[in-house]
Design a protein around this ligand. Structure first.
Ligand code: PBG
Length: 314
């Protein structure tokens, strides 16, 4: 009876696995603040992507960790850079069985850790950064990405990427836009995951956690500029924003269950304070209930496998 009257469900086809791939390592490298998540080698990434396809996930979202970083984040535009190589390898591995998605942002590649290049005065240079994002997106598309995901929160990034993708013959590559991305403390463990050297903050380009109307405005702008899917991020502390966005737009809405949300549940579970599997199930379900069509989660693959095994908790 409970199954029949259940209002919301999570399905593997709604889940995307974020995954890290690092240059210059021979074995996967654990991320201490995210137990169970690693920086992959290109080879182990291929295997995870194949597993994700077999488990029926929607996609894999790739983040590259280069060996060398500089002020311009120049590795990001290197056709043989770590992210380019990873996209090509994964696409070769999975073909069209899994959506290959790539993070379009500079923070993994810059030595100062900001999401863009800087002006001589040290501020993030919006327009120069957007021009680089557009080239990055076209490079990822050429490597085989089905979907590009600009996460840097620069103004005009979606329009510039759409135009460059279309100009370079990648009209069928979709844009998943980080539309409402807040300046959040919950990204803490991600900084370890990508070996970010950020000092300072992202308050000039990410949103104030206090603002719902602004989130909606940013989202509508991204849709006007050509976003195919819009995303709210982080997830758990922003379920109200997710609900507001869902009701205001007609494109699919994604949510990012970010690193800090992962780590706090893993830490509590490791201490025996939470029932891990039930907490994960309830977390993913909460996103669906709040209106998410698509969920990015570090638990995506594990959850899908458990789902297939029919061990889901009620
Ligand atoms: C930026 C980016 C970040 C995350 C995804 N893309 C970090 C940031 O904005 O500071 C965070 C994801 C997470 O915490 O899981 N490229």
């Amino acid at each position: 009876m409970r199954a029949m009257v259940r209002e919301h469900r999570v399905h593997p086809s709604q889940l995307i696995l974020p995954a890290f791939v690092a240059e210059g390592i021979r074995e996967p490298r654990p991320i201490s603040s995210m137990p169970g998540v690693v920086q992959h080698t290109v080879d182990t990434l291929r295997r995870v992507a194949a597993d994700a396809a077999a488990a029926g996930l929607a996609g894999i979202m790739l983040f590259g960790v280069p060996e060398t970083k500089d002020a311009e984040g120049s590795c990001a535009l290197d056709p043989h850079g770590i992210l380019s190589e990873a996209i090509s390898a994964v696409r070769e591995e999975v073909g069209d069985d899994l959506l290959v998605m790539s993070d379009v942002c500079l923070d993994e590649f810059t030595d100062h850790g900001h999401c863009g290049v800087l002006t001589p005065g040290g501020a993030v240079d919006n327009d120069a950064t957007v021009a680089i994002y557009a080239q990055m997106a076209a490079l990822h598309a050429a490597c085989g990405a089905h979907v590009v995901a600009p996460s840097g929160m620069m103004d005009g990034q979606v329009a510039a990427i759409r135009a460059e993708l279309d100009r370079t013959g990648h009209g069928d590559v979709a844009i998943l836009a980080y539309a409402a991305k807040f300046a959040s403390a919950f990204y803490g463990p991600f900084r370890e995951a990508v070996a970010s050297s950020l000092t300072g903050d992202r308050l000039t380009y990410q949103q104030d956690p206090a603002n719902v109307r602004e989130a909606l405005r940013e989202t509508l702008l991204d849709i006007e500029q050509g976003a195919d899917v819009v995303m709210v991020k982080p997830g758990l502390p922003y379920l109200d924003v997710l609900r507001t966005v869902r009701e205001a737009v007609t494109v699919p809405v994604a949510v990012y269950n970010v690193s800090g949300e992962y780590s706090m549940i893993e830490a509590a579970a490791a201490n025996g304070w939470l029932d891990r599997d039930r907490t994960i199930d309830e977390t993913l379900l909460a996103f669906r209930r709040a209106g998410a069509d698509i969920i990015l989660s570090y638990w995506a693959l594990e959850w899908a496998r458990r789902h297939h095994e029919g061990r889901l908790t009620a």
